[in-house]
Ligand binder design. Structure first.
Ligand code: DQA
Length: 142
């Protein structure tokens, strides 16, 4: 099985960005832990982070040609804005889990809407970076 983990804009700053909200774990920590977990689960894990919407669209399209079975995506700010990333996920027809570090429903009202939530197999939010572990465990069995 093959899983692709995508992180959207500003998640490269995880660990230093608004630590009271996002914690002190870095994206590299998250990826290292996820790779270990994937090895234990016997799945192949690819990871991708970009601050660019189009780069994320391109990576999702590439996932289909690579035979990726499931996508775990934290679209970050694009959650609330991106029809293009939504359309890419629907276009490749790969099941996906939407993930947020914070509980977006306790934050600004405009973070309550997601362009992904009605199409995601599952949505995880508010678990901190543990959400990546939970999402990967789940995605390995989709
Ligand atoms: C986020 C929540 C989004 O609203 C925000 O724009 C992010 C991160 C999260 O992981 O909690 O950049 O997706």
């Amino acid at each position: 099985r093959s899983i692709l983990l995508i992180n959207g804009p500003n998640l490269n700053l995880l660990g230093t960005r608004e630590p009271e909200l996002y914690g002190s774990t870095t994206l590299q920590d998250v990826i290292d832990l996820a790779q270990k977990q994937a090895a234990g689960l016997g799945v192949k894990l690819q990871t991708f982070q970009s601050n660019w919407e189009g780069a994320i669209v391109d990576r999702i399209q590439e996932a289909r040609t690579q035979g990726v079975d499931a996508i775990v995506i934290n679209p970050a700010a694009f959650t609330h804005t991106s029809v293009a990333i939504r359309d890419a996920l629907l276009g490749v027809d790969i099941p996906f889990v939407e993930l947020h570090v914070t509980n977006v429903h306790t934050r600004e009202a405009w973070r309550h809407h997601s362009y992904f939530q009605d199409k995601a197999v599952a949505v995880i939010c508010g678990m901190g970076t543990y959400g990546y572990t939970a999402a990967l465990e789940f995605a390995a069995n989709i």
